[in-house]
Every structure is written in structure tokens, then in C-alpha cells.
Design a protein around this ligand. Structure first.
Ligand SMILES: [Zn+2]
Length: 689
């Protein structure tokens, strides 16, 4: 095999060896202009490596083909990882321009890999002889995954079909980038600027956050509500101004649907048509059929069966919730019908009336730093991990780093938390990595990030979270542990490289540990007095866990059903996106007072990269698993039961994609999950379906 060219003699900080602490990239030295040349060089190098593997005159062996592929493309991975962290969490015009340039290049590169006929011939040959190769279990899994990936990418198709697939993939990559940038543009360009007199009903934390957002958006001394969820939702929950609630709500649900340059509807129509065409080329009836074939659910029918079971119950529960809210409006003398922008406001009032509990009373007890410490503590109790803050140069002053070690003090990895919303950050919350765990090229330890969008407090104020924010923090930290605890040899199988209907198990399961008394009692302490949350308040908080689950379940499940409908279309040419969404919701009898959690024009899970296209059901699918998995701990009477935690680490958090997901779950639990635990958790078990 020829030696690929070395690029270590370059000045480009992205391509030279990173000698900083923990092998972090030298963020301070990386300007946006470094990325394009770095991508070009890294792509060329990976291409040379792939060509050398494909053209190797030696007969295919696991090592000279699969092993070599696993060792290739390291520069490209380093450059991409840094770039996509910035493109998501600290972007700007220059990074966005690079992103638009590079996304079709990356798609073309991926095509050149997966549609390489000589390379596929080697993999197919190895796959046909797989039982005679003397592979260990992990190697057999890696070979199987490579073979599946190549076949699903079209490696076995004729040349004409491959050329069309390649064009489709490139176009989809560009459209996905544009989609995300449009949503961010709509969020950045909008600000509801308010005066002191407009803040009726808002508790202190929301006023402080609105004040800080006004500073960031250049309206000092005023108050700004942005289209970030952590800004909009508290306003909808507390503002007594029905006119302003309607105004912000309308802007929020119309992101990506404003009829101007940033309107995403034409992009969606094109993406959905291209995805369906790709599925047909690969022999599937629809994109959903194609997508789910390689998931735990296997078929759209299996996913839909679960969603339907939940949907009818959720709708019945939401109807009862709506009646109670309408009664409250009537009791107050309100002469109007409950509208979507009223739901959160009256739900909050009713919660206060029923449970003597309001969000503003809880919030001072949920300090960001304490909840981070709580997430660390739970990881210590379950897996023996320790976290120590370290001062290392990162890409933004709000990002912080912790070294993770095990109970013997051995280095596990680096964890970076970047928690505050800002206008340079895409909305939502996610986990990502700068480096993944593996052992193929020596012991490589992971660098994992959590990016969130919590409201940043004004200077001198403590950062306070809602209970939902705290749950999000635990969720993303669960993903982080999936990356940090990964214990595999081959990079292909590391950490979160599992089907998307399984990847939410580690994250959603982790949310359960936020609610156990050992954690809340210790970490929910008042920001000013330092007093722990009074037992009575804690009990009332936990008693409200199933309150509002009709609304939450409807808001989510509607998205999952519309996603499956949309991507289940066999030939969606010339799609009218708004009309399709309306009809799909009418078919499932969507309650008029509830809007999808993500409407199609800003549904980034489906269209910004497409990781969850025909896959939004995954959260519910994984919730069946997480509810059932947490019961494994409850059955022992100890939320941190060591033997159960040990199995959890071995088969789930540490196992990456070593096993088929159903097998991995059975190895942990001794059986496949049942849906009962999920219905109980959401308070839907007693609702007539
Ligand atoms: Zn998640």
C-alpha cells in the first residue's frame, strides 16, 4: 500500500498536531479562513487512502480492507469535528459561508467512498467469506456494518443509478445546510422588544433573562423576548398580556414560513421528493421503509403501532386538560375560547391552583452549577466517574471543561459544557464530540460536548433553570456518558454510533436520576439562602410529574406521526408543505388548541442534516426502553443498584454498536421491554384508549 502524503508540514493550525492540553485544537489560532484549505487537504488525503485500499494488489483481508478503512480519514474527522462544533454553537457569516461550500463537497466525498465499486467488491468478498475469516465478535460486527452501509448507500447498484444517487446526496446536503441557516436567520432577526410596563405576570428570572437578551441584541435598558425556546416558553407560561403572548407565539410557530428568502417550504418539498427517489432507487417503497429497515423498529408499521397506542390515550388526556383550562378561563370571567398561546399560561395557573406549585417558586432552587454537579454525582454513584474543572482554551468564554476520571484516578475523557443561549448558536440542545473513543490506534480517549440554550442571566445573577431545562441537561449528559464510557476497539462502533431509535435510551434513561430523592435533596438548594428545597415543595413537584402530559404527549406524538406520513409518501412530487401538514393533522384529529412541537418549516430534526428524518418516533421508541430500564433499578429498591449499573454500563453505555440493539437490551434486562412502564410514566395507563 502506498504511503499517503503527509500534511504535517503545513502552517494550517487544523492540520498540525494538536499539542495543547488533552489534545484539544488550538481554538484561539483557528480563524474561519483556515477551514476551507484544511478541508481540501484532508479530503485529498482521505481520497488517496481510499484509492490505495481499493487498488491494493493483495487479496482482501479484514486488516487490509476493513482495518485500513477504519484507520483512514483521520485528518478529515478532526477538521470536521472542530468545524461542526463551531457551525452549531458559535457560527457567523464566515462560518456559514464555509458550511455552504463544504457540505456538497463532503457529500461528494462520501459518495466517492460508498459508491466505489472496487472497494465494495473487496468488502462483498470478505462478507461472503465472513465465517471463515477467524474474526472476533467485534470484528464480525464491524464487517457486517460496513457491508450494510455500502449496500444501503447503493454500492451494489448499476452505474446510472449510482450517478443519480450521488447527485441526490449532494443536493440534499446543500438543502439541509440552507434549511438550518434559514431557521437561525429567522430566530436572529426577530426580537419582541418590551418596556417595563409590558412585563405583567413575569417572575424575576424571566425579567432578568429578558434584560440580558436585550443587552445581547443591542437594546440596553429594555427587555427582549427571542424565539429561543428558553425565552418564549416562560413568556407564554407567565405573561398576563394575551396580546403579546399571541404575537410571540405567531412569530415562533412561523419560523421558516415567512414567505421571504428564509422560507423553508420549497426546500422541504424538494428534500422529501429526493429522499423518496433515493429510496426507490435502492428498492424500497418509501423513504420511511428505507430508513427504518436499519433501525430497531425495522418497519414504519412497527413504529406507527407504538405511536397510535400512545396517541389515542394522549388525545383523550389532552381533551380533559383543555376542558379544565377552559373552565378556569370561565371562572375568571374570560369570554373567549382557549387558544394555543393561552395553553401554557392557564396550565401554569391551574398547576399552581391544584398543587400550590408554580415554576417561579421552583426555579430559585435549580441553579445551573448545582444541576451540573448533580449530573456528575449521579455518574459517580452509577459508574464511579469523577469530574474536575480544568482551565483550557475553548471556542467561546461561556464553554467550560471538566476532566473525567474513574475511581482509580485514570483519565476517562474530557467533558465540555456550553450551556447558554446566544445569537451565534443554533437552537435546541445536543451532544457532539471533538474526538471519539477507540483502541485501534492506541488508547484514544474521547472529548465530548453538551450544547444547550438556557437563558443567560444578567451579570451578577445566578443562572437558574426550569425543571424542564434541568431535565434537558440530564438528557444531554446521558448522551455525553454514552460517548465517555464507550469501550470499543473500532471507531465505527464507538459511543453514539447506534440506530437513532436506540440512541435516546442512554439520554432519556439518565433523566430519571434527576428525580431521585438522593439527588434532588442534595442539589436543589436555594440560590440566595442556600437552603435545600423544602420537603413539602419537593413532594409537590414530584406529584406534578404526570401533570400536563396530555399536552406534552400530543405536541410530540403529532410531530412523529406527521414525519412518518411525510416520509412514507412513495412519490411526493410538487408537495404543498403547509397543505400536507394541515391534512396530516386533520387525519389524526389534532386538537385545535395544540400546535406541533416542531412545525415542518422549522423541523430541524428532519431537515437540518436529516438525522431524524422518518425517525422522530425514536424518542417515543426509546422511551419505552428507558421507562422499562429504570424499572430494573426500581425493582431492586435502589436507584443506583451496583449490579444493575454494572450491566447497564457493559451492555448499553459502554457498548456502542457492538451488538444489535434488541440483543443489547436483552443482555441488560433479560427480556425485551414492554410498553406499560411508558404509559405509567406519562400518566396514560388509566386513560381509555
Ligand atoms: Zn437526545
Amino acid at each position: 500500500m502506498t504511503q499517503p502524503p503527509s500534511f504535517l508540514d503545513t502552517d494550517n493550525p487544523l492540520l498540525t498536531e494538536w499539542r495543547g492540553a488533552f489534545g484539544l485544537p488550538p481554538f484561539g489560532a483557528i480563524g474561519p479562513e483556515a477551514f476551507r484549505p484544511a478541508f481540501d487537504a484532508a479530503l485529498a488525503r482521505h481520497r488517496a487512502e481510499i484509492d490505495a485500499i481499493a487498488a491494493d494488489p493483495a487479496a482482501p483481508t479484514f486488516d487490509n480492507t476493513i482495518g485500513a478503512l477504519e484507520k483512514s480519514g483521520r485528518d478529515l474527522e478532526r477538521v470536521s469535528n472542530v468545524f461542526f462544533v463551531l457551525a452549531g454553537a458559535d457560527t457567523g457569516d464566515a462560518i456559514e459561508a464555509v458550511e455552504r461550500d463544504v457540505s456538497p463537497l463532503l457529500a461528494r466525498h462520501s459518495n466517492a467512498l460508498y459508491l466505489n465499486r472496487a472497494l465494495y467488491a473487496r468488502i462483498a468478498d470478505l462478507y461472503a467469506r465472513r465465517d471463515a475469516l477467524g474474526l472476533n465478535a467485534e470484528q464480525a460486527r464491524v464487517l457486517d456494518r460496513y457491508h450494510t452501509r455500502f449496500v444501503r448507500a447503493g454500492a451494489a447498484l448499476d452505474q446510472a443509478a449510482q450517478a443519480r444517487l450521488a447527485a441526490i446526496n449532494e443536493r440534499l446536503a446543500s438543502l439541509g445546510t440552507q434549511f438550518g441557516q434559514n431557521v437561525l436567520a429567522d430566530e436572529k432577526s426577530y426580537a419582541l422588544v418590551l418596556e417595563e410596563a409590558d412585563l405583567a405576570g413575569l417572575p424575576d428570572f424571566a425579567r432578568h433573562a429578558a434584560r440580558a437578551a436585550a443587552e445581547e441584541r443591542g437594546h440596553p435598558g429594555k427587555y427582549v423576548i427571542t424565539l429561543s425556546r428558553s425565552s418564549v416558553e416562560p413568556f407564554l407560561q407567565f405573561s398576563a398580556r394575551r396580546d403579546l403572548r399571541e404575537k410571540i407565539f405567531q412569530a415562533w410557530i412561523r419560523r421558516g414560513e415567512n414567505g421571504a428568502e428564509t422560507d423553508n417550504r420549497a426546500l422541504i418539498a424538494e428534500m422529501v421528493a429526493l429522499r423518496a427517489e433515493r429510496a426507490r432507487l435502492l428498492g424500497f417503497a418509501s423513504f420511511a421503509d428505507y430508513r427504518l429497515d436499519d433501525q430497531m423498529a425495522k418497519t414504519p408499521a412497527n413504529a406507527r403501532k407504538l405511536l397510535d397506542e400512545v396517541w389515542t390515550r394522549a388525545r383523550a388526556k389532552a381533551a380533559a386538560e383543555r376542558d379544565a383550562l377552559q373552565d378556569m378561563i370561565a371562572a375568571e370571567g374570560g369570554n373567549f375560547t382557549l387558544q394555543p398561546w393561552d395553553w401554557r399560561y392557564y396550565a401554569e395557573k391551574l398547576r399552581k391552583a391544584r398543587y400550590d406549585l408554580d415554576e417561579a417558586e421552583i426555579k430559585p432552587y435549580l441553579q445551573l452549577d448545582k444541576i451540573v454537579a448533580a449530573a456528575f454525582d449521579a455518574a459517580g454513584r452509577l459508574f464511579g466517574l469523577r469530574f474536575a474543572a480544568v482551565d483550557v482554551p475553548l471556542y467561546h468564554p461561556d464553554a467550560r471543561a471538566w476532566e473525567v476520571t474513574d475511581q482509580n484516578g485514570a483519565h476517562v475523557g474530557l467533558f465540555i459544557g456550553d450551556y447558554f443561549a446566544r445569537s451565534s448558536k443554533h437552537s435546541g440542545a445536543w451532544m457532539t464530540s471533538l474526538r471519539d473513543q477507540e483502541k485501534l490506534s492506541g488508547e484514544v480517549r474521547p472529548v465530548i460536548l453538551n450544547i444547550c440554550n438556557f437563558a443567560k442571566p444578567a451579570a451578577g445573577e445566578p443562572a437558574l433553570l426550569s425543571f424542564d431545562d434541568a431535565r434537558t441537561l440530564f438528557h444531554e449528559f446521558g448522551h455525553a456518558l454514552h460517548g465517555l464510557l464507550s469501550n470499543v476497539t473500532y471507531p465505527l462502533l464507538a459511543g453514539t454510533a447506534v440506530p437513532s431509535d436506540f440512541v435516546e435510551l442512554p439520554s432519556q434513561l439518565y433523566e430519571h436520576w434527576l428525580e431521585v430523592p438522593e439527588i434532588l435533596e442534595k442539589y436543589a438548594v436555594h440560590a440566595e439562602t442556600g437552603e435545600p428545597m423544602p420537603k413539602a415543595l419537593l413532594d409537590r413537584l414530584l406529584a406534578t410529574r404526570t401533570y400536563g402530559q396530555g399536552f406534552a404527549t400530543v405536541e410530540y406524538t403529532a410531530c412523529a406521526l406527521v414525519d412518518l406520513d411525510l416520509h412514507g409518501l412513495p412519490e411526493p412530487a410538487g408537495l404543498d408543505v403547509t397543505g400536507f401538514e394541515r391534512q396530516a393533522l386533520a387525519r389524526i384529529h389534532m386538537p385545535a388548541e395544540i400546535v406541533m412541537r416542531h412545525r415542518l418549516p422549522h423541523f430541524q430534526h428532519l431537515f437540518s442534516g436529516g438525522g431524524y428524518a422518518a425517525g422522530y418516533y425514536s424518542y417515543m421508541w426509546s422511551e419505552v426502553l428507558d421507562a422499562d430500564a429504570f424499572e430494573a433499578f426500581e425493582e431492586t429498591g435502589n436507584a443506583f443498584d451496583p449490579a444493575t449499573a454494572q450491566r447497564l454500563r457493559e451492555f448499553i453505555y459502554g457498548a456502542g454498536n457492538l451488538r444489535d440493539p434488541a440483543e443489547a437490551y436483552k443482555a441488560f434486562r433479560g427480556r425485551l421491554p414492554a410498553v406499560d412502564a411508558l404509559l405509567k410514566k406519562r400518566g396514560l395507563a388509566d386513560v381509555a384508549a
